[in-house]
Design a binder for this molecule. Structure first.
Ligand SMILES: NC(=O)c1ccc[n+]([C@@H]2O[C@H](COP(=O)([O-])OP(=O)(O)OC[C@H]3O[C@@H](n4cnc5c(N)ncnc54)[C@H](O)[C@@H]3O)[C@@H](O)[C@H]2O)c1
Length: 354
C-alpha cells in the first residue's frame, strides 16, 4: 500500500494501522506539516519505506510508485487548511488539483496498482440552503465550494471522475474512487487552526484557548472512522469495480454538533479543565471565513453498500482523544499508545448499538 501524505495526521494513523495489519506500506510526502507531529513522535517511519517528495513533481511521484509497486494507493497529501488556502490559493490548487492529477497519471502508468482512493472532503459540495428535514449532501449532489480549499477539493473530485471515465473504465484498469469525510479528531493532531489541537495545546501549556465560531455545527468523527471507511472501500474495490465512484464517510446524525459542545466535552474530560474564550476577529480582517456553516453528509450508501459503520461514536471519540493527550503528558510512548488505540478502538461497536 502506498500512502501519499503519510507524514500528516490521518496519514500517520493510517500508516500505523496498516503496519499492524501486516501490510507492506510505503509513503510519499513532504516532511511532517507540524512540530511536534504524530509521524515523528510515533516513529511511523520505522515500519515502512518512505520517500520525501512533492506531489506537484510528477516525475518524482511516478518514480516513487514505480519503485514501491503498490497494489493500493491512498492519496491524502494535500494543503488541507481553509485559512491557508485564502492566503495561498494558487499553491492550494496546485497541490490539491495538479497533485491529484499527478497521482492519477502515476496510477495510469503502473501495471500493479489495482485500487486507488483519492481523499477529498465533505466541503466539496456546493453549499446550498437546505430545508428540513434534510439528511445531508449525497454523493450525486452538485460539487462546488465558495472558498479556494473547498473548490480545490471539488476540482480534485472532477478530475478523478474524468480520469475514471476516460482511463479506468475497463476490466483490468485500476479501480479509482473518492472518499469524502469531514472534520476528524483524535490524538496526535497538532494542525494549526484546528479546534482540538488548539484546545490541547492550550491545556498542555495551562493557557487559554481561543475558539472561532462556537455555534457552527459540524459532523465530528474520530480519525479512525473515515480511515476504516477507506480500508473497507479499498477491500470492496479490490473485489469489484462496481465500487469505483464517490463515497461519503460521515458520522451519525447525532454526532453532528456545535463547536461549543465539543469544547465543553473536552474541557470536562481534561483533568484540570480547559480555559477558553471566543476569539475576537482581528481588526481589518473578515470576522469569519466563508466556510459552509452547517455541513452534513449522508453516508447511507457507505453503510448499506459497503457495510461500513463508524467504529466509535462521538462520546468515545472524545474519550479516546483526550486520553491520548493525557497519557502523552503522563509519559506514555506515543507509538505504543497510538497502536494500542488502533487495536482497541477500531473494533469497538458504537455505544448506541452496544
Ligand atoms: N483533518 C481533517 O479534519 C480533514 C477533513 C476533511 C478532509 N481531510 C483531508 O484528508 C487528507 C489528510 O488530511 P490531514 O488532516 O492528515 O492533513 P495534514 O496536514 O496533517 O497532512 C497532509 C499531508 O500532506 C503532505 N503534503 C502537503 N503538501 C504536500 C505536497 N505538496 N506534496 C506531498 N505531500 C504534501 C503533508 O506533509 C502531510 O503528510 C487531506 O487530503 C485533507 O484535505 C482532512
Amino acid at each position: 500500500v502506498l500512502l501519499t501524505g503519510h507524514t500528516g495526521f490521518k496519514g500517520a494513523w493510517l500508516a500505523l494501522w496498516l503496519q499492524t495489519l501486516g501490510a507492506r506500506v510505503s509513503g510519499f510526502s513532504v516532511s511532517a506539516p507540524t512540530r511536534p507531529s504524530l509521524y515523528e513522535l510515533a516513529r511511523v517511519d520505522e515500519g515502512m519505506q518512505t520517500r520525501v517528495g512533492d506531489v506537484r513533481d510528477a516525475d518524482a511521484l511516478a518514480a516513487a510508485v514505480a519503485a514501491a509497486r503498490p497494489e493500493v494507493i491512498v492519496h491524502m497529501a494535500a494543503q488541507p487548511l481553509v485559512r491557508r488556502a485564502y492566503a495561498a490559493p494558487k499553491e492550494t490548487y496546485e497541490i490539491n488539483v495538479i497533485g491529484t492529477v499527478n497521482v492519477l497519471e502515476a496510477v495510469r502508468r503502473s501495471a500493479e496498482v489495482r485500487v486507488a482512493i483519492n481523499v477529498t472532503s465533505d466541503k466539496c459540495y456546493a453549499n446550498r440552503p437546505q430545508g428540513a428535514p434534510w439528511s445531508g449532501y449525497r454523493e450525486d449532489d452538485a460539487l462546488g465550494g465558495e472558498d479556494p480549499y473547498s473548490s480545490s477539493k471539488a476540482a480534485a473530485e472532477l478530475a478523478t471522475e474524468a480520469y475514471r471515465a476516460s482511463f479506468f473504465a475497463g476490466g483490468d484498469d485500476a479501480r479509482v474512487a473518492t472518499a469524502r469525510a469531514g472534520n476528524v479528531i483524535g490524538g496526535g493532531d497538532w494542525g494549526e487552526d484546528r479546534l482540538v489541537p488548539d484546545l490541547m495545546r492550550a491545556a498542555l501549556a495551562g493557557e487559554t484557548a481561543f475558539v472561532r465560531n462556537p455555534r457552527a455545527v459540524r459532523p465530528w468523527q474520530h480519525v479512525l472512522s473515515p480511515l476504516s471507511g477507506y480500508l473497507v472501500l479499498a477491500q470492496a474495490l479490490w473485489e469489484s469495480g462496481e465500487y469505483a465512484r464517490a463515497w461519503n464517510f460521515g458520522p451519525d446524525d447525532t454526532d453532528a454538533c456545535t463547536v461549543q459542545s465539543i469544547v465543553e466535552g473536552i474541557a470536562e474530560r481534561w483533568p484540570d479543565g480547559v480555559r477558553w474564550q471566543v476569539a475576537e476577529p482581528a481588526r481589518g480582517r473578515r470576522s469569519s471565513f466563508s466556510e459552509a456553516h452547517h455541513l452534513k453528509i449522508d453516508s447511507s450508501d457507505a453503510r448499506e453498500r459497503l457495510g461500513w459503520r463508524p467504529p466509535l461514536d462521538l462520546e468515545r471519540a472524545l474519550d479516546a482523544t483526550v486520553a491520548w493527550y493525557r497519557e502523552l503528558r503522563e509519559g506514555a510512548d506515543p507509538r505504543a499508545l497510538t497502536i494500542a488505540q488502533v487495536s482497541t478502538l477500531s473494533e469497538h461497536e458504537p455505544r448506541a448499538a452496544a
